[in-house]
Design a protein around this ligand. Structure first.
Ligand code: PNS
Length: 160
């Protein structure tokens, strides 16, 4: 069985991520969406909240699983028997850092390939950080995230 991982912070999941998840799931028998547990990043959503939202928005894709990891991604890949890491590429500005990570990961574990999927044109501008900024100032989120994510974002900013 061919297993791939799609790692990220997903704080929160956007339509850009969902596009990559659907396309990645088409290429592999199983796609594991793996949320990085990294308290140093001070995320808006807890790891549980991010996992719950990811599960909700991927519930209709049968070969997608949602999990979390800490430590090195390639160690997690070994643990779950993944042969590939899927990454989405948006702008040229993503490239340098992603290229660097792909090379380091290859060095750490040569048996795991990093596969880049080009973003769909309509999501090229989208990021979780911008979505949070729009939410903070009460902007309309319907083009960027599923309704359930928009609701959770609004709740977060209502409280603070
Ligand atoms: O959504 P993000 O924040 O861009 O995702 C970054 C992520 C989680 C893919 C990256 O930070 C990562 O793989 N972290 C795990 C630690 C690791 O393996 N580092 C070595 C890679 S060079």
């Amino acid at each position: 069985m061919r297993v791939a991982i799609y790692p990220g912070s997903f704080d929160p999941v956007t339509y850009g991520h969902i596009d990559i998840i659907k396309r990645g799931a088409n290429l592999f028998d199983k796609l594991i969406v793996a949320v990085l547990l990294n308290p140093a990043k001070r995320p808006l959503f807890s790891i549980q909240e991010r996992i719950e939202l990811l599960k909700e928005v991927t519930k209709d894709i049968p070969n997608v699983e949602v999990d979390y990891f800490d430590g090195l991604l390639v160690e997690y890949a070994k643990k779950v028997n993944a042969s590939a890491i899927i990454k989405g590429l948006r702008m040229v500005s993503d490239f340098e850092y992603e290229f660097q990570m792909a090379l380091v990961n290859k060095k750490l574990n040569p048996s795991v390939e990093t596969i880049f999927l080009m973003t769909s044109a309509k999501y090229g501008y989208l990021s979780s950080s911008l979505v949070k900024e729009i939410a903070q100032f009460g902007g309309c989120l319907s083009e960027f995230v599923p309704d359930i994510v928009a609701e959770r974002l609004m709740e977060k900013f209502k409280k603070s």
